[in-house]
Design a binder for this molecule. Structure first.
Ligand code: PLP
Length: 374
């Protein structure tokens, strides 16, 4: 089976992990953690990076520090991985789901703007939903599959309605809009390094921010809000969310290879588009101002389920897209703002296909051959 998305462990991973084992620095303190935080922040174009044990924890902490409170709302797209919405719920807030654009599959900014204009009111620097007078405190754009929406426009809308921006850029390390890195537009950006991401630490995350004070706070509450290295004194409720040194060591080795991974993703993306795209099969549309990291190659097709079966029967691993958030049992009762329910269309027609950076040319050609034979 040609795999969907595997980590590419071909650099200094063994050497750096061995160094952790040899020196005994395997836990949550160690030089690789700091090095990894700095490398991710620098690559993204942010001042500070704070490592977390995964992207979901990073999203949770970012929202807590952004001031999202119980019974608030946080706006997010309807097409995303469950972790985005779960992290909102961890704060006690509820998501408002906005439908996505039919071509880019990112949050539809026309729908967002019309909703804020029509269904909310503004009072003393805060925006409230008219129907229940609950505060909408933040907006969390998700850079779905490493693509991005018009971030200039999103930031203008967020400013007008006093919404704190937290970017779920978990899939988008290396993507940019007008040459500004994903994760650096909002108060916080977040990255994930689970097994299928463009670089992987097995499991891991990083929060990025330009705000020194917030960066210090993020480090503080991800390490049990400890005030003293000797005394067990803690000044607030904290979390044990820190990434361990041994995984950060893998991360440092992966970051060293990120430029070559990005190049390979670009090559695979071009090959797929050149050999597959037609009126019945389309990939994500990418805006002129966006340079995507091409994280997970996903195509929109007719006859999605039969094609999935055909691919699996012929040795090509693939997956359908996420079930839209508004369809899930836990979120059905929450606001879903839409005109034509594009997210259901996307769900019913998209298939993710092999995207690992270590795919051989022969494997990429085989994927194309199998798809074309359908
Ligand atoms: C859009 C999105 N948000 C959040 C996450 C959560 O990241 P993690 O799996 O590292 O917790 C992921 C990755 O799985 C994701 O794809």
């Amino acid at each position: 089976m040609i795999p969907l998305s595997l980590p590419n462990i071909s650099g200094n991973e063994w050497t750096y992990v061995k160094d952790c084992l040899d020196t005994g620095w395997i836990s949550s303190v160690g030089s690789y953690v700091t090095q990894f935080e700095n490398m991710v922040a620098e690559f993204a174009g942010a001042k500070y990076g704070i490592a977390a044990m995964n992207g979901t924890a990073a999203l949770h902490i970012a929202q807590e520090l952004a001031g999202v409170r119980q019974r608030d709302y946080v706006i997010t797209p309807d097409i995303t991985f469950i972790a985005t919405a779960n992290a909102i719920k961890y704060t006690g807030a509820d998501p408002i789901f906005i439908d996505v654009d039919k071509d880019t599959w990112q949050m539809d900014l026309d729908i967002l703007e019309a909703f804020l204009e029509k269904d909310t009111f503004y009072y003393k620097d805060h925006t409230y939903l008219k129907s229940d007078k609950r505060c909408i405190s933040a907006i969390m754009p998700v850079h779905v599959l490493g693509n991005m929406c018009d971030m200039d426009r999103l930031m203008t809308i967020a400013k007008k309605y006093c919404l704190v921006v937290i970017e779920d850029s978990t899939e988008a390390l290396g993507s940019s809009f007008k040459n500004k890195g994903a994760g650096t537009f909002g108060t916080f950006g977040t990255f994930s390094f689970n097994g299928n991401k463009i670089i992987s630490t097995g499991g891991g995350g990083v929060i990025v921010t330009d705000d020194e004070n917030l960066a210090k706070k993020a480090k503080h509450i991800t390490t049990q809000a400890k005030t003293d290295p000797f005394e067990y004194d803690h000044d607030e409720i904290g979390y044990n969310y820190r990434l361990v040194n041994i995984l950060a060591a893998v991360g440092v080795a992966q970051m060293e290879q990120l430029p070559s991974f990005l190049e390979r993703k670009k090559e695979i993306d071009k090959y797929y588009r050149d050999h597959l795209e037609n009126e019945n099969l389309q990939f994500q549309k990418v805006g002129d101002d966006v340079s995507p990291n091409n994280w997970l190659h996903t195509m929109k097709v007719k006859n999605q389920r039969p094609m999935i079966k055909h691919l699996l029967d012929n040795g090509v691993q693939c997956r359908p897209f996420w079930v839209p958030m508004h369809q899930l049992r836990m979120f059905k009762h929450l606001p879903f703002i839409t005109n034509e329910n594009i997210s259901d269309t996307i769900y019913n027609s998209c298939i993710s296909i092999p995207s690992s950076t270590n795919l051989t040319d022969a494997q990429v050609e085989e994927v194309v051959k199998v798809i074309r034979s359908f």
